[in-house]
Design a protein around this ligand. Structure first.
Ligand SMILES: [Mn+2]
Length: 368
């Protein structure tokens, strides 16, 4: 019997309890898809967020424990938010940040928390094809036929899917991994503005036994740099509202994370339903969209706004995109800002063309 067969045998008893035949379990099919390869690279999206990091870590442990093959967890870009940096510092996930993906031997590439059709991962600059995809984003574009695919837009986080695999394979996560997976679920739940589905509840309840609450709290209250407050002030001064939408364009930002964070903050204002934020960072205009629950598809609104200009995608209530200006301009021009503004307002069906400041100057002066 090959290595795949032995997995099925060792986990059979557990399956009987679950009332399902072993061959139907997704974790078995996933491990079987990797069985012919010498080594495995788990790849997630650029600038990995907590879900990308935690889910990748869970897969790393699963592959090491059950297949015993050499495995790496990699991503492009950088780890951005203060909370995510603190998460990496405190929990020490085995993630490597690379500028180029190079593999050796017969290597399986597992893409997680993103899909092959997305443009925000290292496969876009290589001719490698993924062996498996595990994700919870809405599929965009053509679906590739791969050895293994588990794409479930109904679950809150890729961490839910990976927790399910670990549980099926009787692997109890160490407190650091459990804390990472819980943090991933919490952040993606806030981000997606969705309610937990039964699979999320099961994952959460299972992980809670092992979570390190002190570390979780330390991550959520990560120290912030002075530059963060400067970016935040500039962003609030540059935010205009148009009926129930808000727009914030920044000529510059010290880091890309402020764009999503300002969008998260603005969408919480009680009278705002749809928010677009953009800033120039290192030759690209990066954009974030948020919509309040039941108030439009963030991903579709962003794609309408960016048509022919750049790329975007994400979830129903949260999306991100990019306009590559590297060859055309080195600034976020007024013309581009007004084109994005008019497209955004049209996509949202908003008539008001003249925006109001988020906080009117008169109110600021009054309080001085
Ligand atoms: Mn995710």
């Amino acid at each position: 019997m090959d290595s795949t067969g032995s997995i099925v045998t060792t986990t059979m008893a557990n399956d009987k309890q679950a009332g399902r035949p072993a061959r139907r379990r997704r974790s078995d099919r996933f491990l079987r898809a990797l069985s012919d390869f010498d080594n495995v690279v788990i790849l997630t999206h650029d600038n990995p967020d907590p879900d990308a990091i935690a889910a990748g870590w869970g897969l790393y442990v699963l592959i090491k424990e059950r297949l015993g093959k050499p495995v790496r967890l990699v991503a492009g870009g950088a780890i951005l938010r203060a909370e995510n940096l603190r998460m990496v510092e405190l929990l020490k996930p085995p993630i490597e940040l690379l500028s180029k993906l190079e593999v050796s031997g017969q290597c399986a590439v597992v893409l997680e928390d993103c899909q092959a059709s997305a443009v925000n991962h290292l496969l876009t600059s290589s001719n490698l094809r993924p062996t498996a995809v595990i994700d919870h984003h809405q599929p965009v574009g053509e679906r590739l036929r791969l050895r293994f695919t588990d794409i479930r837009p109904q679950v809150t986080a890729t961490a839910t899917i990976v927790s399910q695999y670990l549980r099926e394979q009787n692997i109890d996560p160490r407190p650091e991994l459990a804390t990472a997976l819980v943090y991933a679920l919490r952040t993606d739940m806030q981000a997606k503005q969705t309610t937990f589905c039964p699979a999320d509840h099961h994952a959460f309840a299972w992980l809670m036994h092992s979570v390190d609450h002190q570390k979780l709290s330390d991550i959520e209250n990560a120290p912030l740099s002075p530059a963060y407050y400067a970016d935040l002030l500039l962003a609030l001064q540059n935010t205009f509202t148009y009926e129930d939408t808000a727009l914030c364009f920044l000529p510059r930002a010290s880091g890309p994370e402020i764009i999503g964070e300002v969008a998260d903050l603005l969408i919480r204002r009680e009278d705002l339903r749809r928010v677009l934020c953009g800033a120039m960072v290192k030759g690209d205009v990066l954009l974030s969209v948020r919509t309040a629950r039941g108030n439009g598809d963030a991903s579709a609104l962003l794609q309408q706004t960016l048509e022919g200009l750049g790329y975007g995608g994400g979830h129903r209530h949260r999306a991100g995109g990019k306009i590559d200006l590297s060859r055309k301009s080195d600034q976020f021009s007024e013309d581009l800002q007004s084109l994005l503004r008019s497209r955004w307002l049209a996509a949202c069906g908003v008539d008001q063309q003249r925006g109001s400041r988020l906080v009117p100057r008169s109110e600021i002066l009054e309080n001085l």
